[in-house]
Design a protein around this ligand. Structure first.
Ligand SMILES: [Zn+2]
Length: 166
């Protein structure tokens, strides 16, 4: 996954004008021709910024990218910074504390309740991914594993299998 908003240092809600001016400013800073004067030339970063701009400045490419990004973040339970577009993995938020962006220290608009529910969603999405990838094999293994555990417990506590179970 590429992080275009992060590369341009803009929020996901940025307007077309904001995207353009962010791109121009950053491209000027890291332009390869710049090296002689400033020593700030960074061809890799220049390339990344250009790619981010190409996608985000095209409304249909941007819409497709936004959908991918949203799904990606949801799968991991990550939050985009509302200021610089960095993706933040938010661990527990202690009571009366606010989660801050790890990159620019802007408060992230996420509460502990939201964080927890997004973590639950993320785990569920990840589990679905794993099952989708491994398919029936995993389900069989899980079945065998649980079956074995149940048998062990039954033996230990001398429980007779219920009808239709085991
Ligand atoms: Zn930030």
């Amino acid at each position: 996954m590429k992080f275009y908003y992060r590369d341009l240092f803009i929020p996901q809600t940025a307007t077309a004008d904001q995207i353009k001016s962010a791109y121009r400013k950053l491209a000027r800073e890291v332009h390869p021709d710049h090296s002689a004067q400033s020593g700030h030339s960074d061809p890799a970063r220049f390339h990344a910024i250009g790619e981010a701009y190409q996608t985000l400045s095209d409304p249909s490419l941007r819409a497709r990218y936004d959908a991918e990004l949203t799904a990606f973040l949801k799968r991991r339970g990550w939050v985009l910074c509302p200021s610089c577009g960095a993706h933040n993995e938010v661990p527990a938020i202690p009571e009366s504390k606010v989660a801050l962006c790890g990159r620019c220290r802007t408060p992230l608009s996420v509460t502990e309740t939201e964080r927890r529910s997004s973590q639950v969603t993320a785990l569920r999405e990840q589990a679905i991914d794993v099952v989708a990838e491994l398919g029936a094999d995993l389900l069989d293994v899980t079945g065998d594993f649980l079956h074995g555990k149940l048998q062990g417990l039954r033996t230990r506590f001398a429980v007779k299998p219920r009808k239709g179970v085991g």
